[in-house]
Design a protein around this ligand. Structure first.
Ligand SMILES: Cc1cc2nc3c(=O)[nH]c(=O)nc-3n(C[C@H](O)[C@H](O)[C@H](O)COP(=O)(O)OP(=O)(O)OC[C@H]3O[C@@H](n4cnc5c(N)ncnc54)[C@H](O)[C@@H]3O)c2cc1C
Length: 449
């Protein structure tokens, strides 16, 4: 620890905090308050060179460390008690190149800030549904979002990376290293910068559809019957849908976030008419708008800090059996304001990289996230009980519809079997890890082959 302190004394431009610092508690805080840990120190490097020097000192002195950016890992895994946190929140730059349709983005940029900057150039990129999530942390392990059916997941946007490796060296990731980064994230290094694809798009049709709150089960059934039928005909790639049940201003109801990502707004309006006909609507707040405006509304609705957890079930398809379970548990959802469940889909036809990625599966699948959170800790227990029984019943549905993989960022680490999750990609991750981080310096990365 002494050599780290000497290094920080010699590099006064690098901010850091120890448990004695007045801003320590604030800097440690993550999205889920009960998952906040007590690191030995938080260091906020400002350049790749800073990170390189830091990693060298940490590894030379056998000091355990973690990487933190947006702080939205639901299990607080960006920090470990007693370890040093490398806090990437100073890495916020966004450099846009409209000609090559690429951008270079800092390892700590927050999703909404990236969306805003891209919008100045009339460009977009897939991004998380919640705007306060770190973009790089989201993209590294999968990255599901409202634009994914058109442009792919977060992993599929990664064209290059500036990485600080296990030796503390700064390197432009070669194709082998990039393969691991696309799906296994920070297992081979700290990402100072990603080079990503971006896409020209100006206006979108976006907003929320709130269905009538009465007879929630029937509404969920009707909506999903229609969704299933429409998928058989083929949904347009430009149509992004995220269904959730929350405690909305009209009561506990099915809400569907709708994004039409194409300049053909007439076709978008026609799809909006279809989706709003799938069940009785209470409020249709979908309008021609921009992604920034849409994300700003989402930002104002999502709490900034919560207590609670997440339970996630992955299925191949929203079969009638799965929808039966959902429509049984939705009405039982506690009325606490922030509790919700939501559904991410990797739909048929979603574009993806054929090679150069270890992302676990390109077979269509669905992630049902059950989120028992609250700003009041005393309201969490009831919500957790509901989430557990909902989750258990989903796990008991037809095993043929349940894949061997799960979405690691939304799943607790305990009991995770990387070999089962990554299947044929597992040996690739292992080999790449052995090549770039044989001593497992990045022992706290989410993916551990
Ligand atoms: C409210 C909420 C909404 C979410 N919405 C979505 C969604 O719509 N779609 C989706 O797919 N996921 C979603 N997630 C999951 C989220 O994308 C992941 O948990 C993501 O890893 C969070 O990144 P972060 O930087 O905010 O979090 P952090 O906790 O700071 O980081 C999480 C992990 O990412 C790695 N990491 C982050 N930055 C770097 C870096 N620069 N270099 C190396 N490793 C790094 C580290 O291993 C770190 O432990 C959501 C999570 C929350 C809490």
């Amino acid at each position: 620890m002494d050599s780290l302190k000497d290094f920080l004394a010699e590099n006064s431009h690098i901010r850091f905090a120890t448990p004695e610092s007045p801003d320590f508690a604030d800097l440690c805080t993550v999205f889920v308050l009960n998952e906040t840990r007590n690191p030995s120190m938080i260091v906020r490097p400002r350049s790749a060179e800073d990170v390189g020097a830091l990693v060298s000192i940490l590894t030379a002195n056998d000091l355990s460390f973690t990487i933190r950016a947006g702080g939205h890992d639901m299990f607080g895994r960006c920090q470990v008690d007693g370890a040093v946190t490398i806090d990437m929140r100073e890495f916020t730059h966004v450099h846009v190149d409209t000609e090559s349709r690429t951008a270079r983005v800092g390892g700590g940029v927050i999703s909404i800030n990236l969306i805003k900057e891209l919008e100045r150039f009339k460009m977009v990129v897939p991004h998380p549904v919640t705007p306060t999530v770190g973009f790089v942390g989201w993209a590294l392990h999968g990255g599901y979002g409202m634009l994914s059916s058109k442009y792919g997941l977060g992993v599929d946007q990664i064209l290059g990376a500036t990485v600080i490796d296990a030796e503390g060296a700064i390197r432009e990731a070669d194709e082998t290293m990039l393969t691991a980064i696309r799906g296994a994230g920070g297992t081979v290094g700290v990402i100072a910068e990603l080079k990503i694809r971006i896409y020209p798009l100006d206006q979108v049709l976006a907003g929320a559809i709130l269905y009538q709150p009465n007879d929630l089960s029937v509404t969920i059934q009707k909506f999903n019957d229609q969704l299933r039928e429409s998928k058989k005909q083929g949904l347009p790639a430009a149509l992004g849908l995220y269904q959730l049940v929350n405690n909305s201003p009209v009561g506990k109801t099915l809400t569907v976030l709708f994004v039409w990502a194409s300049s053909d707004l007439d076709e978008g309006q026609s799809w909006l008419s279809k989706v709003t006909s799938w069940a009785s609507v209470a409020v249709n707040a979908v309008i021609p708008t921009t992604l920034t405006a849409f994300n700003e509304i989402a930002d104002s609705l999502v709490p900034k800090k919560v207590f609670g957890s997440i339970y996630t079930a992955t299925v191949y398809d929203l079969t009638p059996e799965v929808v039966d379970v959902i429509s049984k548990h939705a009405p039982l959802q506690p009325n606490s304001p922030d509790v919700m469940y939501g559904i991410h889909e990797f739909r048929a036809g979603t574009p993806y990289l054929e090679t150069g990625s270890v992302f676990y599966s390109h077979r269509p699948h669905v992630i049902i996230e059950i989120i028992p959170i609250s700003q009041s800790p005393e309201r969490v227990d009831e919500a957790v009980k509901w989430a557990q029984s909902f989750h258990l019943e989903l796990a008991q549905t037809d095993a043929v519809n349940i894949p061997p993989f799960c979405y690691i960022p939304l799943t607790p680490s305990r009991g995770l079997d990387m070999k089962t999750i990554y299947g044929t990609k597992y040996e690739d991750i292992k080999a790449i890890k052995k090549r770039y981080d044989p001593l497992n310096r990045f022992e706290n990365a989410l993916v551990q082959p």
